[in-house]
Design a protein around this ligand. Structure first.
Ligand SMILES: *[C@@H]1O[C@H](CO)[C@@H](O)[C@H](O)[C@H]1NC(C)=O
Ligand SMILES: *[C@@H]1O[C@H](CO)[C@@H](O)[C@H](O)[C@H]1NC(C)=O
Length: 226
């Protein structure tokens, strides 16, 4: 399956001159000349009530791989929250079992309308979402949730996950996002009813197996090397 380079750029061309009036830069940045802006939600692995809104600025690396910096909308100047790597289902399938467990699925994020591309023409958004629905993300937030009230990130990076069903994220959070970006998540969700979401592959969203994965800092007694 052709993934991003080909498919996203084809999707972009669908919009034709609409991009000239779009605030989203597509086709001008990134190692392979493509840029994608996504807004969505994450939660801290191990505590689903720690919800975070995330702006992703993504460069398309190759047919199976996108890399994104993640910023926190609502902060001004906008804070760097972390990174997300996005891969195709085909690339995900080849990962070792333990590695798979660090990744989250994008099926529900897409079909729910949670994942949006503010300012993109709807037909382009739809074409891109048909591709993203089968992808997986691995995200580490370098700005810890507990220091969201601080001017400086305190603590170590955190693994975050994505929501996979209704009732998991607070409605208030969705409303805040919709107000911020002028989006209508429910309407977007309806417009994506025809998107065929492949089943979530084993290993992703590993919290469903009854354990949660968290990062830790190791502190080992050792002779100073210098
Ligand atoms: C989960 O996060 C919420 C919000 O930060 C916090 O109040 C609660 O204590 C956390 N729960 C656990 C089990 O850490
Ligand atoms: C690492 O452990 C030493 C004691 O073994 C302690 O003095 C030091 O503060 C610890 N550092 C961190 C970052 O936990």
């Amino acid at each position: 399956m052709h993934f991003l380079n080909t498919a996203l750029l084809a999707a972009a061309s669908l919009a034709g001159s609409a991009f000239a009036h779009s605030e989203v830069t597509l086709g001008s940045v990134g190692p392979t000349n493509a840029m994608l802006f996504l807004n969505g939600f994450h939660f801290i692995s191990g505590n689903s009530s720690q919800e975070i809104q995330a702006n992703h600025y993504c460069a398309i690396m190759n047919d199976d791989f996108i890399q994104c910096t993640v910023y926190m909308p609502g902060s001004n100047p906008m804070r760097l929250a972390g990174v997300e790597y996005i891969i195709s289902g085909a690339a995900f399938e080849k990962l070792p079992w333990e590695e798979k467990q660090l990744w989250h699925s994008h099926q529900f994020e897409v079909t729910s309308g949670f994942l949006v591309e503010p300012n993109l023409p709807p037909n382009v958004d739809h074409a891109i979402m048909e591709i993203l629905v089968g992808t997986y993300g691995k995200t580490f937030h370098t700005w810890p949730y507990a220091s969201k009230g601080s001017d400086i990130p305190i603590g170590i990076p955190e693994l975050v996950m994505g929501f996979t069903g209704d009732g998991q994220m607070s409605k208030k959070f969705q409303k805040t996002r919709d107000r911020m970006f002028g989006t209508d998540t429910n309407k977007i969700r309806k417009s994506r009813l025809d998107i065929n979401a492949p089943p979530v592959l084993d290993g992703a969203d590993s919290w469903r197996y009854g354990y949660t994965l968290n990062l830790g800092l190791t502190n080992v007694t050792a002779e100073p090397p210098f």
